[in-house]
Ligand binder design. Structure first.
Ligand SMILES: Cc1cc2nc3c(=O)[nH]c(=O)nc-3n(C[C@H](O)[C@H](O)[C@H](O)COP(=O)(O)OP(=O)(O)OC[C@H]3O[C@@H](n4cnc5c(N)ncnc54)[C@H](O)[C@@H]3O)c2cc1C
Length: 376
């Protein structure tokens, strides 16, 4: 596997698009530019000044469009290179019955398309997109109408997906909501994941307890003869979780060091490949070592590159060198492609910019690869 093959990595982009990508990476690798951009963006949003003209270049880099039709154009384009698309409706910050129903409707649209289009292998949603987050905390009573309504919405989605044979990924968010989500999703996995995984939960491996939870899940799947669908990620909210634990006076749920998280991630993948009869793996990472580790394990266990129980995934606009080179070798690869009205996906865009500016070396290496490809 050659992750430095920039010709393969960026074949889907025109020269003009590559130059635009380079411009984006030049900006987001400068933390002061990102801070200044965020400051002016907040002012513009508060004053209701249209933000589209000066955020469009970022939007184009990291999002698939404002609606599903635009995402499908992206999907057709990257699909030519064997890279699939997971449309991710990324509206954030609204949380009421209307927004929950809107999300259910949108997910059903994605599921309909995914049922027919080989370039769309999954649907995805954030668990707090369908309920007010506070109801997911352990301190809230289990018997309440909001949770019942939540389960009804989830059942509606999974029923629909099951009929169309489309697997659905459920993202993981804050630690304080995850116990409830785990409990609910496990019941749904037992119900829907008989022949293949329809319901995929997410394990954030930066959590100290997640290897134990993985072993618990695999044991149960073997005993009760169903499949576990798991998206493996390292976890996106480390600083927030550490601070919250400190403020709340409870033990930090996150591993002490990055090395432990890295070790556990690879270990979790190993456990899952060993139990591939009962576990379907969705490897959501930008970490090259972890990606290579999984490809080596697949070889060791004689699993074909395109075995549909194993998927690799990166975010749209990031780490194309991993996605497109894996796809060229015949592995199953899908990009998370966020979409939604530009103003409403702003929080997502700001997060991508901040994350890239704080990650330093990864974003710089991405910038250098784009430069290399332009020169080539
Ligand atoms: C397709 C896809 C889907 C995703 N879905 C989700 C999701 O549902 N929920 C979610 O939370 N995140 C999600 N993420 C983000 C993911 O959790 C990571 O934040 C991001 O991918 C960076 O991690 P990495 O595996 O790519 O590798 P790297 O860049 O090698 O690792 C960075 C990660 O390591 C961990 N880490 C860093 N420093 C330390 C430390 N000192 N101690 C302990 N751990 C540390 C953190 O988790 C950090 O994000 C998703 C990512 C992708 C690509």
């Amino acid at each position: 596997m050659n992750f430095k093959d920039t010709k393969t990595a960026y074949a889907y982009k025109s020269a003009k698009e590559l130059k635009s990508a380079l411009f984006v990476y030049k900006i987001i690798t400068k933390p002061f530019m990102v801070r200044a951009g965020k400051f002016f963006l907040n002012i513009a949003l508060a004053l209701h000044i249209p933000v589209k003209p000066f955020t469009n270049f970022m939007f184009k880099q990291f999002c698939g469009g404002e609606n599903l039709d635009e995402v499908l154009k992206v999907s057709d384009n990257i699909g030519k290179f064997n890279v699939k698309t997971i449309p991710d409706y990324s509206i954030e910050g609204v949380s009421n019955t209307e927004s929950f129903e809107k999300l259910v409707k949108e997910l059903k649209k994605v599921i309909d398309i995914a049922g027919k289009d080989k370039n769309i292998p999954f649907a995805v949603f954030k668990p707090t997109g369908l309920i007010k987050a506070e109801y997911l905390q352990n301190s809230f009573p289990l018997n309440n109408q909001a949770l019942d309504d939540y389960k009804t919405r989830l059942k509606d989605i999974f029923d629909y997906a099951s009929k169309k044979h489309v697997p659905v990924l459920v993202d993981a968010e804050d630690f304080m909501y995850q116990d409830r989500i785990d409990e609910i999703l496990l019941d749904f996995m037992k119900l829907y994941n008989r022949e293949k995984a329809i319901v995929f939960t997410t394990l954030q491996i930066y959590r100290k307890d997640r290897l134990d939870y993985l072993n618990f899940l695999t044991d149960m799947a073997k005993r009760e003869n169903f499949r576990i669908g798991i998206k493996f990620v390292r976890g996106a909210y480390m600083e927030k979780e550490r601070q919250r634990a400190k403020d709340g006076g409870y033990p930090d749920p996150i591993n002490e060091t990055k090395e432990v998280t890295d070790y556990n991630y690879n270990k979790a993948i190993g456990i899952s490949v060993e139990n591939i009869k009962h576990v379907e793996i969705f490897c959501g990472t930008h970490n090259e070592d972890s990606v290579l580790k999984l490809t080596e394990l697949m070889k060791k266990y004689d699993i074909r590159n395109d075995d549909n129980r194993i998927y690799f995934s990166q975010l749209y606009g990031m780490r194309d060198n991993i996605s497109f080179n894996l796809a060229a070798e015949g592995y199953n690869v899908a990009k998370y492609v966020p979409y939604g009205p530009i103003k409403e996906v702003m929080p997502y865009l700001v997060r991508r910019a901040e994350e890239n500016s704080s990650m330093g070396s990864q974003a710089k290496s991405e910038k250098n690869m784009i430069k290399m490809e332009i020169s080539r």
